[in-house]
Ligand binder design. Structure first.
Ligand code: DC
Length: 218
């Protein structure tokens, strides 16, 4: 039996600023599942790469670094935080330099292997709502509970601006969708939810309705 078979995993994928973080966090709270933001994990590793003075295009050195980092997870309010060398980098994850380089660092296979293994490990411990780009297509491809959250480019740009972040989401989406390693795609069995004209509560209600229809015991 695979680790992810022992607990339920709800996969929420989608492009940058589609609303998936708010939806995934609130869905996890409503169901009592643990919330895992995989983008935050890729961001934390990217910050460590930059902080070590490594050129983000130097894939061999990034691969070497990830092998030496000590990664651990702590739960706070049923949200998983990835610590790197015992430090929670939450305050650094949306720095401009992280926004600029995270897509590039996350194409390094050794980085993906380490973080994917971590996520699968957590699924052996708890029921999870995991958000990202490849959660339904790769990381937890066996879960029957997959959603692809989308919104129009205009709405996504407005949402990111309202968060006060400067982030070139169109460039990041292009990079994340066109890469060869686990690109952002709509998994063939994912349910697509367009959030452009819905509130977070309405999206969560819709997902809960669809989960019930799939006989998820909640
Ligand atoms: O969800 P986010 O925008 O914070 O993610 C930041 C970046 O991390 C995203 O542009 C690509 C990468 N990422 C990834 O490669 N795979 C995931 N499952 C989640 C994020």
């Amino acid at each position: 039996m695979q680790a992810q078979d022992r607990h339920r995993v709800i996969a929420i994928d989608g492009p940058a600023a589609s609303g998936k973080s708010s939806v995934a966090r609130q869905l996890a709270r409503r169901l009592g599942f643990v919330y895992v933001n995989s983008g935050a994990m890729y961001r934390a590793v990217t910050w460590s790469v930059l902080n070590s003075g490594i050129d983000p295009s130097d894939r061999p050195r990034i691969a070497e670094l990830i092998a030496t980092l000590s990664l651990s997870g702590v739960l706070r309010d049923r949200e998983l935080h990835l610590l790197i060398d015992n430090v929670d980098l939450a305050g650094h994850l949306h720095e401009d330099r992280v926004n600029s380089e995270v897509s590039r660092v996350s194409t390094v296979p050794e980085v993906r292997n380490v973080l994917v293994a971590r996520m699968r490990d957590y699924a052996g411990k708890d029921d999870l709502v995991v958000e990202g780009r490849d959660i339904g297509s790769v990381v937890f491809s066996a879960t029957p509970y997959k959603f692809y959250i989308d919104a129009s480019p205009e709405v996504r740009a407005q949402r990111r601006a309202a968060q006060g972040h400067r982030d070139e989401i169109a460039r990041r989406d292009q990079a994340d969708s066109s890469r060869s390693a686990s690109p952002l795609i709509v998994a063939k069995d994912a349910e697509v939810v367009d959030t452009s004209h819905l509130t977070v509560d309405e999206v969560v209600d819709e997902i809960v309705k669809r989960l019930r229809a799939k006989n998820l015991k909640i």
